[in-house]
Design a protein around this ligand. Structure first.
Ligand code: NAP
Length: 297
């Protein structure tokens, strides 16, 4: 059996960003409207800093307005809520994203609840999660939307396929399962309490791993010919001991790629698979939010 087709998320996401940029230009020309995204970063987590910088750069590159708010790690909830209230009512801002995790004195749930559902481009509010589950138009978490785009591009119609999603977070596993269900898949959600995970995974035509455990999914967990979407990102020391000693790292997914590529029909690599889709879908969500807030079809 030949190796799996490698799904190139980097190339696909570049096409999505181009498409968004074209639609932003058209929206500006037809309605004088520039979609705006505000990103809020609390504290100084280096990985979050990189994500936030990338988001800002790619938002501007797509022709949108970008604003980044950096708050001190000891910011009070009242101060943070003051900023969110201001962004909720700012007509130049159509998308608000708070970069998680936040320091432990702040509650993620309370922060999410403070964001206007109309500007909730991460799809985390109860309103958007409920709308997704009810089959109503919603702003939906960016990474699962990106995974669906890659799956549809690779497989076409997903009707009737058995999809197994490992992970049940509000950001990833649950919206992923809802989107697969909406695409007429038969969906199984697995998690840390699932019994005999390898056997569950072996039944999947589509396997989405969103756990955060390096190379947990082995080659013999995969049904031959299945589509494997690896969402997990873990940073491990470089394989080269000298580079590792210098603090150099490598990114690893939830799937043991070298084994899985020999069994799967399609597979996303890490890096270069799902990761680049997330920001592209964030831009798309911001465009969608701007259109909806202005009642533009
Ligand atoms: P999370 O909130 O920590 O959720 C992890 C999920 O994995 C939980 O539902 C947990 O089950 C499950 N799990 C943990 N250990 C397990 C095990 N041994 N067997 C089966 N399930 C297990 O993480 P998340 O936010 O969903 O993110 C998941 C991964 O995706 C992380 O590596 C994250 O960095 C990555 N991610 C990547 C992108 C991207 O842009 N590529 C975006 C978002 C997330 P319980 O619910 O039972 O605890």
């Amino acid at each position: 059996m030949s190796d799996a087709i490698i799904i190139d998320g980097k190339a696909f996401s570049a096409r999505v960003r181009e498409q968004v940029a074209e639609e932003v230009a058209a929206l500006k020309a037809s309605h004088g409207l520039t979609p705006g995204l505000a990103v809020v970063l609390v504290g100084e987590d280096p990985a979050s800093e990189v994500y936030v910088r990338n988001k800002g750069e790619q938002t501007t590159a797509a022709g949108m307005y970008s604003e980044t708010h950096r708050l001190a790690a000891d910011v009070t909830e009242a101060e943070l809520f003051g900023l969110l209230d201001q962004l909720n009512s700012d007509p130049a801002i159509h998308g608000i994203l708070v970069q998680f995790p936040v320091p432990p004195h702040l509650s993620q749930d309370r922060i999410v609840a403070r964001i206007s559902p109309d500007k909730d481009v991460d799809g985390l509010t109860v309103t958007n999660a409920g709308r997704l589950a009810s089959g109503l138009p919603a702003l939906t978490s960016c990474t699962p939307v990106g995974c669906m785009m890659l799956l549809r591009d690779a497989l076409g119609d997903l009707t009737g396929k058995h999809a197994v999603v490992i992970g049940r977070s509000n950001l990833m596993g649950k919206p992923m399962a809802q989107l697969l269900l909406a695409a007429d898949c038969t969906v199984t959600i697995a998690h840390s309490r699932s019994v005999d995970l390898p056997a569950i995974c072996r039944t999947a035509d589509i396997l989405v791993a969103a756990v955060g455990r390096a190379e947990m999914v082995k080659g013999d967990w995969i049904k031959p010919g299945a589509a494997v979407i690896d969402v997990g990102i873990t940073r491990l020391p470089s394989r080269d001991p000298e580079r590792a000693a210098q603090g150099k790292t490598r990114l690893v997914g939830d799937v043991a790629f070298d084994e899985a590529v020999k069994v799967a029909g399609w597979i996303t690599p890490v890096p270069g698979g799902v990761g680049p889709m997330t920001i592209a879908c964030l831009l798309q969500n911001t465009l969608t939010a701007a259109r909806r807030l202005h009642g533009i079809g």
